[in-house]
Design a protein around this ligand. Structure first.
Ligand code: BGC
Length: 770
């Protein structure tokens, strides 16, 4: 069979990604103005410890009375780097490659270290402008060359204004919403003295046991790629050198989400086709969007630690994709090369990490302590060290740190953040069930019973990695409902704790539910069940919550359940027995207000899950874009093999009907095919449908392809009775795949396409693409 490969270089791919983001990119500047009203930034409330050191705005570096080329902002960055590099001692170079956590108790050591030019970066605490500027002054003013520090922090889903967890933000299927939340998070972070955020996490995760699934965008590489690009654009804007922007960091490169058994840090075995097509694409999209940095992961990848992996860190990241920023290791992941048994000692770890392509070492000190000897022994070369320093300096110059090293006071309107957090939380929620159109609630009085440990909980709504979020900023579900239902009596009974606990509160909860006109359950996972180093071997409701739910269901009333979670949960009984279920994730500071908006119909649910919900943990891993088997697969002996809820699933307050998918072939070979379907709102309310496009390729020359792959979607809002023809163009960018060697190749041949409301519905239509 004749095969014509159509390949796209990264520039073309980036252009496509930008085109896909389209309006997002175009609105970037307009949105910047959204975060500038005259109220003191939340983070800037940290009192200035040494106000005399403020240098608002631009400074002229002039260390020795003469303006050297590297100090001159008019000189091109590449020339500034080379000039500076030529002046640096080995110790100063190694210092640039070291990142340490900020420690309140080590001020004196820090001062000496910084004056010697011995440190490149701090992480850990959001320093606030006062402390940050104090340390920065020591680096800039007390050192020989005045190289500024870069301050990194885990702003994962907001800093003080905490938005829904990233898995929830992804459920919006709205990259522009993510861009706006990250832009706000960037401004808050910058005001708090942070130059660089360790986000977005773009690890594809197919295993809900893994706690860090909460931090990413789910199981699909296409959706995660769009989200990765949007997040980078949000954090960095058109130029991360702007004072209200931060450098982004794509993490954790790569394969970290495939930890065996869902156990964080555990090993990963990923074949090249899966690495290329599932785990690498979101990174590539983030690099194409201009991400300043990448973090190397903790895991072993096919026997080689990700932080010592030259293939991924150098051949792919730099060689194939042209990444020009720097790679920071994850926390201690350089010394952990030795803990993995991959290197024999600290020296071996430092040498392997540098040679693989890790430029800056986070926390462990293999570089600082071992490089002089390694250089003397010719195990690493001066050119390798110089190249790593060059990359770090390039980001510092681009961030503008040499001429604007200090954080100046900035004003951010928290009300703008609150409104955005409320919008984002409403858009993140997913309606999982709504039998008899139980929702929205139409209440003009009566008694509402809010039962469960999350009814009036604040802290858990912040989710994992809450940044500087404070529980007192959180609108609980109880508060949100009470405000939204002024004519009803909203009473809460916890019933039991989130974990462990006793059933002592059951009787009061049951009595309250019995006496109420409307019963709402607020149950789910504590925030601490997700995030780093947290994983589960059961995916049900923890503690006594399932029993509490059973007691409430036994009353025979139609129960609305609000489910809080950092991952897909296996809760078939809950879905079965509730009249309606609204998935809230961990929704952030405005969670209660947004949930009240949705429950009362002031807002309409439009989220769709981006990771499959299994029926039992025994089905895991379970993901929609799996390979087909050679022979028909039977069910599990003790249960179905289908998921509880498929990827892409989510309901609305109306109904949508899809016509069969139609394909029209192009007149000329290689031109795009067009797939269309007519979508009609057949219900009585307006609603937003996420119209999804899936393809399957047959007889691909470099290996079998999955049964379905998402290659497009459109969010469509339709009035009752309104219909619209939704069209998708399917050309080489949509029909291709990554070869094991790393080229995007679209082959003429047999395909199927379906336009559907989720990954399990719709009748695929075959076509041949020439
Ligand atoms: C985590 C990273 C995080 C880093 C810095 C590590 O333990 O894996 O995601 O960015 O710490 O806090």
């Amino acid at each position: 069979m004749r095969r014509v490969f159509r390949q796209f270089p990264i520039g073309r791919w980036a252009a496509l990604a930008a085109a896909a983001l389209g309006p997002a990119a175009a609105r970037a500047t307009a949105a910047d103005t959204e975060i500038q009203a005259p109220v003191l930034a939340a983070a800037a409330e940290v009192p200035l410890q040494r106000p005399e050191i403020y240098h608002p705005g631009w400074i002229d570096l002039n260390k020795n009375g003469v303006e050297d080329p590297y100090e001159d902002p008019a000189v091109p960055v590449a020339a500034r780097i080379e000039d500076l590099l030529a002046r640096m001692s080995l110790a100063e170079k190694i210092g640039q490659l070291e990142q340490q956590r900020m420690d309140e108790t080590s001020a004196r050591t820090d001062a000496r270290l910084l004056a010697a030019g011995g440190l490149g970066s701090y992480l850990g605490a959001a320093p606030g402008p006062g402390r940050r500027n104090g340390l920065q002054r020591e680096a800039v003013e007390d050192s020989r060359l005045g190289i500024p520090l870069i301050f990194g922090f885990d702003t994962i889903h907001g800093l003080r204004t905490v938005f829904p967890i990233p898995l929830g933000l992804a459920a919006s299927w709205d990259p522009d919403l993510l861009r706006r939340t990250e832009a706000f998070a960037a401004a808050e972070s910058a005001a708090a003295g942070i130059d660089w955020v360790f986000a977005p996490m773009v690890d594809v995760a197919r295993d809900p046991r893994w706690g860090r699934i909460a931090e990413g965008f789910g199981e699909d590489p296409f959706l995660a790629s769009r989200m990765a690009a949007a997040a980078v654009l949000g954090f960095q804007g058109p130029d991360y050198g702007q004072a209200d922007r931060v450098a982004a960091c794509l993490k954790h490169f790569v394969g970290y989400g495939a930890a065996e058994g869902g156990r964080d840090y555990d090993t990963t075995e990923i074949g090249l086709p899966t690495l290329r097509n599932i785990y690498l694409p979101p990174y590539r999209a983030g690099v194409a969007a201009g991400a300043a940095t990448v973090m190397s992961a903790f895991n072993l990848l096919n026997g080689i630690p990700a932080s010592g992996n030259r293939f991924t860190l150098t051949d792919v990241l730099r060689g194939e994709w042209g990444f020009r920023g720097f790679v920071v290791s994850d926390w201690n992941s350089v010394i952990e090369l030795t803990h993995h048994g991959y290197t024999a000692d600290k020296a071996g770890a430092g040498a392997a990490a540098l040679r693989a392509g890790v430029d800056m070492e986070m926390v462990s000190d293999c570089y600082r302590t071992q490089f002089p000897t390694l250089l003397a022994q010719h195990r690493i070369s001066p050119a390798q060290v110089d190249e790593a320093v060059r990359r770090v300096l390039r980001v510092k110059f681009t961030k503008g740190l040499f001429n604007r090293p200090y954080t100046a006071p900035q004003v951010i309107d928290p009300a703008v953040g609150r409104a955005l957090a409320r919008e984002a939380a409403a858009r993140a929620c997913v309606l999982l069930k709504n039998s008899g159109e139980r929702l929205p609630l139409h209440l003009s009085g009566g008694k509402v019973a809010l039962i469960g440990p999350l009814g009036d909980d604040a802290g858990d709504l912040l989710g994992c990695w809450p940044g500087l979020g404070r529980r007192e900023d959180v609108v609980t579900l109880h508060q949100g409902l009470a405000a939204a239902l002024p004519h009803s009596e909203v009473a809460a009974a916890k019933g039991c704790d989130l974990e462990g606990g006793s059933d002592a509160g059951f009787a009061a909860a049951v009595a309250l539910a019995q006496s109420a006109d409307t019963v709402i359950l607020a149950v789910g996972e504590p925030a601490l069940y997700s995030g780093e180093n947290d994983f589960r071997s059961h995916l049900g409701l923890p503690g006594r919550q399932a029993e509490l739910c059973a007691r409430i269901f036994a009353l025979g009333k139609p129960v609305v359940t609000v489910l809080f979670a950092g991952r897909p949960l296996a809760v078939p009984e809950l879905l079965d027995q509730s009249a309606a279920v609204l998935l809230a994730w961990h929704p952030g500071v405005q969670g209660g207000a947004a949930l009240a908006d949705l429950l009362t119909g002031a807002a309409s649910p439009s989220g769709r899950i981006t990771a499959t919900f299994p029926r039992t943990v025994g089905q895991v891993p379970l993901y929609y874009n799996h390979q087909n088997t050679g022979r028909p697969m039977r069910e599990y002996r003790d249960g179905p093999r289908t998921p509880l809820l498929p990827f892409g699933f989510g309901l609305t307050y109306t109904r949508f009907q899809y016509s069969p998918t139609q394909v029209s072939l192009p007149a000329t070979a290689g031109a795009p095919v067009t797939a269309t379907a007519e979508v009609t709102n057949t219900g009585a309310a307006a609603g937003t449908e996420v119209v999804q496009l899936y393809i399957r390729e047959f007889a691909c020359s470099f290996g079998a392809r999955p049964v379905r792959e998402l290659r497009g979607w459109q969010r469509v809002t339709l009035a009752p009775g309104e219909k619209r023809t939704i069209a998708f163009a399917l050309g080489a960018p949509e029909l291709g795949d990554w070869t094991p060697a790393g080229s995007w190749v679209a082959e003429p041949g047999s395909y199927e396409v379906v336009i559907a409301p989720d990954a399990a519905q719709g009748q695929p239509v075959p076509f041949t693409w020439n």
